[in-house]
Ligand binder design. Structure first.
Ligand SMILES: CC(C)(COP(=O)(O)OP(=O)(O)OC[C@H]1O[C@@H](n2cnc3c(N)ncnc32)[C@H](O)[C@@H]1OP(=O)(O)O)[C@@H](O)C(=O)NCCC(=O)NCCS
Length: 173
């Protein structure tokens, strides 16, 4: 795999993030819920970043971007709805169409898991995925997530819940 890297979202990312999201808009909308059209402007993305960074400061969200070796944004990943009292958060990620199939989402999800453990001391992570999103389910499976057993066939068209239980770090002897 090329050397992709994960870093925190920053307030200086407005132009790069707008370029990434606009370029991949159709691709994302083919697999996940569409964003509000107002998002796709400089002001919309700046407000989006400001909200994410404010939620990060409040300890309820941890936003990342994935970049290629040239520094171009090729994906995003977030720890969402962090609930420290419950030890729980949701994961989310999206990878630009041209960077897919190179392990970028797997790299990003592993990073989220590591942050959930080491920074937030969480005990479980959840993900919600549409049943026909095979690529995302493969990424989750590879990282140890298991599907909610009580999901019924008639729920097709709704997202299925996947869970990863995080073991406590081994204490040094
Ligand atoms: C789903 C998504 C995140 C995968 O990103 P990615 O960087 O390509 O993921 P990875 O390369 O780490 O792994 C994907 C795996 O799924 C496989 N895959 C992808 N689509 C597939 C399909 N339709 N059928 C079977 N396997 C598929 C890939 O071949 C790869 O497996 P491999 O490494 O064994 O070849 C990306 O397609 C995406 O961002 N889609 C739009 C947004 C989205 O769906 N986000 C997730 C919401 S839950």
């Amino acid at each position: 795999m090329q050397s992709f890297s994960v870093r925190e979202l920053s307030s200086g990312d407005t132009d790069a993030l707008l370029a990434f999201e606009a370029h991949n808009r159709e691709w994302f909308e083919s697999q996940i819920d569409a964003r509000d059209p107002a998002f796709y402007t400089s002001a919309g993305v700046a407000e989006h970043i400001e909200r994410y960074l404010s939620d990060f400061a409040s300890g309820i969200w941890h936003p990342f971007v994935i970049q290629d070796p040239t520094g171009r944004i090729v994906g995003r990943a977030n720890l969402k709805a962090i609930d420290s009292a419950q030890g729980l958060a949701e994961v989310g990620y999206r990878v630009g169409q041209e960077a897919c199939g190179k392990g970028v989402a797997t790299l990003a999800l592993k990073h989220l898991i590591q942050q959930a453990r080491s920074r937030w001391a969480l005990t479980a992570l959840v993900a919600y995925v549409y049943p026909d999103n095979i690529g995302s389910q493969k990424v989750l499976d590879r990282c140890g997530f298991v599907p909610e057993p009580r999901w019924e066939a008639q729920q097709i068209g709704t997202e299925r819940r996947f869970v990863l239980t995080l073991s406590a770090p081994q204490s040094a002897r």
